[in-house]
Design a binder for this molecule. Sequence first.
Ligand SMILES: [Zn+2]
Ligand SMILES: [Zn+2]
Length: 330
Amino acid sequence: MIFKCKNCGGNAVYSPEKKMMVCPYCESENSYTRKDKETTYGLEVCPECGGTIPVEQYDSAMKCPYCDNSVIFNERVEGQYLPKFLIPFELGKEKVKEMIRDRFKKYTFAPADFLSEARLDSMKGIYVPFWFYDYQTNAVFEGEGTKVRSWTSGSYRYTETSYYSVVRDMNIPFEKLPADASIKMDDSIMDLMEPYDYSKLKDFMPEYLSGFNAEYYNMPAEEVENRAKQKMEGDASAILRSSVSGYSSLITKNQNVRILSRNSAYGLMPVWQYVYEYKNKAYPFYVNGETGKIIGTVPLSKGKVWAYSLTLWVLLTVIFAAVKGILGLL
Ligand SMILES: [Zn+2]
Ligand SMILES: [Zn+2]
């Protein structure tokens, strides 16, 4: 499907700035119709120009390379692939460019065109598929704690050690623990993209994808669940431990986190991706499309480092010569 402006027929897209569908050509707001392709066959057929779009295995939305319309593939956002919710892009492309420039303008060792308009403009807004897990858990801690008291009486020093049986038994609920379900996206980078503000969650509507790229989940909920479970167990263990305090020493005898009930849901999260290519190496940057958190490594330009230190060296020589000159006067 594509979304067309009722006024001029242009491609209506979702605007993060205006938080609604807009036409970039005539600036009409929230005035659009949906156009589906005429045939039910051929996922990759563009509804507007009939061209065959080079769709990859998990793409659910992308631009048609022939007519530049933003196409959403019905078969990949409906039925079993229908996302339950998403966080719409809060930050538009121009805002993110500005944030990247601001953040890295002091990196004088980066290659000259790292922050150039042409390079930055190549960035893409991608809705990344995530599975979200809810757990109701029962967490139990059993251990032995000691409290040590010592005092002096006469010429004797007394030490008293009291032993305590420490038991904690609590029900801890977890809500929306995320794990990304995209092969292309590095797990550790997606973990660093967190946290998202779940108060911004919206029920899924295909309109939100218009103007962006999107993938549907690359693997079922069971396959990525271990990552969510690890986060849950780590948090449960920290909550248990923080509830026990005031002992001189504590020995764990038994610690167990049991899942009483679980639930999973499929959702899409917004990520801006800027891939900077330098000397045949790709340097990807990711920006959380809701919070603006930036993850990435700035490439170093060797030529520039050298040029910089040379200048510094020249400068130091001049200072040194000047100091010598002053000393000579004394
Ligand atoms: Zn228009
Ligand atoms: Zn097309």
